[in-house]
Design a protein around this ligand. Sequence first.
Ligand code: DX5
Ligand code: ZN
Length: 221
Amino acid sequence: MKPRIAASILSADMGKLAEEIAMCEAGGADWIHIDVMDGRFVPNLTFGAKVIDAAKRATKLPLDVHLMVVEPENYFDSFARSGANGMTIHTEVSPHLKRQLDRIRELGCRAGAAVNPATPLSAVTEVIADIDLLLVMTVNPGFGGQSFIPGSVEKVNRARQMLSTARSAATLEVDGGIDRDTIGQAWGAGADTFVAGNAIFSARNPRAEIGELRDRCVVQA
Ligand code: DX5
Ligand code: ZN
């Protein structure tokens, strides 16, 4: 298993988005993570299809779109048209989770399900065969630059066990507060994909920071 770094543009300078994305690609990022927020599911507003379009033009990397919105199904078609490669929706606002995940796959995208820190992993047990990605939030979603919730390590561990018991090959992604100090613990617990916003964009050398994060994913004794 090789760690995958998903650079979150939430912390990028929007005035030079294309350059920021190109910098992430040059630094070795694996995915570009795009946080869509609606001011309802989370208390913040961010991007829509136009930004996904712009990101698509700026990179060849896969676009990992994280929908922190109510009624996410309203956006599936337009985001897929804009070039999303994966769409992750929140279990907390997806009563018809299976239908919604199926639709994301029908559109040719990786289907992801996310759980907030307060949401038990049992929210996804019945759809485990229908997900390509499980996102364990390691902060309460809404803002970049928050601190990693320490209890998340144990939850990531359980998530990894759950996926292996189900013989699922789904990606196990963590999002929030991932930096040089926390990434190793999350990797040790079984996460394989790491969203990082603040850690990259507030670094003295953002391009090099991507490699620094990856280097901290080492086999733990
Ligand atoms: C938080 C978002 C994250 C955010 C992470 O609600 O889902 O993707 O960009 O930011 P950092 O890495 O700064 O904690
Ligand atoms: Zn995110």
